[in-house]
Design a protein around this ligand. Structure first.
Ligand SMILES: *Cc1c(COP(=O)(O)O)cnc(C)c1O
Length: 388
């Protein structure tokens, strides 16, 4: 590798750029995870995360990736053979489905085209015809496709048929990025992790629970040990964990929550809305296609851009990495080679977006991809004109 000066542009849709404040918070000597300082910190981060999820319910933090928090959400609430309703919105929804199947759950996996979100009317129809479904399981922001499903509307669909199913939602790439209201939307288990909107390195898996989810956990019979909520919640009561937690990541989480609350959730959502919209202005001006086919479901944290037929997204990404020291997200699963993804989430602002889009525009030209110039200018105009 040739030395490249200046900052690397990490514009994948997670892990996201870790701000200096968080890096400094993590870069401290590890402390005793059974001592008083640690116990104070545990209480602070659990209370802080309640604000971020907008819940007064319990929060559970694992030393794990998001996948661990997926597994925890299922093994704590369900029993072997239970019927669950899931939706093929993209790669992450598919991986969560595969996990559910391996655990012995009976999954009704509603097919999708990887370009739109969960259809609330379909949820209503499915639930109306089957009272035995134990859980409705969905991904809020499908990071592989750049599509946001409407969690609040799905909740209303469940309520319209008065169905008793639990409601499980993956918020990994929506938490602290896109409006998410755990209690108001009656979500029973939210799944999240450290490396997207929380701006931390990977390594923490998170669940937010409702009272109904805690109730379900009393009779759930899927085997669990590491992921058992009960052990976590009872140890957390005194500020501790049932096994060694990721101490230094928790230092970072405390700082991250402070930063999020300083900026304010609503301002964070508005900032991502502007950055997402500017990105879409650029893509349209390039004459390229946004993968998300429903404008009501555009993701403000990631944009998946479809490549013109016969052009490989991975070759473009490779070139941009080599020439401009910028990493973009690859197409996952069915979209491999067909899309590249621009991450615009977390510790990110207008000028970082300008640099990111400039790298893409130069890359498109150098890779010989047919496109129209002017995407960067269109984005800059949007950003300048939408200043308050
Ligand atoms: C990043 C991401 C995950 C997390 O998976 P890891 O196990 O941390 O790799 C899960 N769901 C979504 C929607 C994601 O974007």
């Amino acid at each position: 590798m040739v030395f490249q000066s200046g900052r690397h542009f990490l514009q994948i849709p997670g892990p996201t750029n870790v701000p200096d404040r968080i890096l400094r918070a993590i870069s401290r000597p590890t402390i005793d995870h059974r001592g008083p300082e640690f116990a104070r910190m545990t209480r602070e981060v659990l209370e802080g995360l309640q604000k971020v999820f907008k819940t007064s319910g319990k929060i559970v933090i694992y030393p794990s990736s998001g996948t661990g928090a997926w597994e925890a959400s299922l093994v704590n609430t369900l029993s072997p053979g239970d019927k669950v309703l899931m939706f093929e919105t993209g790669h992450f929804a598919t991986m969560w489905r595969n996990l559910a199947v391996r655990l012995g759950l009976q999954v009704d996996f509603v097919p999708g085209d990887w370009r739109c979100g969960v259809d609330p009317r379909l949820v209503e129809a499915k639930l109306a015809e089957d009272r035995t479904i134990k859980a409705v399981v969905m991904v809020h922001n499908e990071t592989s496709t750049g599509v946001v499903s409407r969690v609040g509307e799905v909740r209303r669909a469940i309520d319209r048929v008065g169905h008793p199913a639990l409601f499980l939602v993956d918020t990994v790439s929506s938490l602290a990025l896109t409006d998410y209201r755990h209690d108001e939307w009656g979500v029973d288990v939210a799944v999240s992790s450290s490396q997207k909107g929380l701006m931390l390195p990977p390594g923490l898996g998170i669940n937010a629970l409702s009272e109904k989810a805690l109730g379900a956990s009393k009779s759930a019979r899927l085997p669990k040990s590491y992921w058992d909520w009960e052990a976590m919640i009872s140890a957390n009561q005194t500020g501790f964990f049932p096994y060694t937690p990721a101490t230094n990541l928790l230092f970072g989480l405390k700082e991250s929550i402070q930063m999020i609350l300083e900026e304010g959730l609503e301002r964070i959502f508005a900032r991502h809305n502007r950055l997402g919209e500017a990105t879409r202005w650029a893509v349209r001006a390039w004459g390229l296609e946004i993968n998300c086919s429903n404008p009501e479901e555009y993701s403000n944290s990631v944009t998946a851009v479809r490549m013109p037929l016969g052009h490989d997204a991975d070759a473009l990404r490779q070139l941009i990495l080599e020439k401009f020291n910028m990493a973009l997200g690859n197409g996952l699963g069915k979209l491999q080679g067909k899309v590249f993804r621009i991450g615009h989430m977390g510790d990110f602002n207008e000028l970082m977006l300008a640099g990111t889009l400039s790298g893409v525009e130069m890359g498109l030209a150098l890779a010989g991809v047919p496109f129209k110039k002017g995407g960067v200018l269109a984005a800059l105009d949007y950003l300048a004109n939408s200043q308050k």
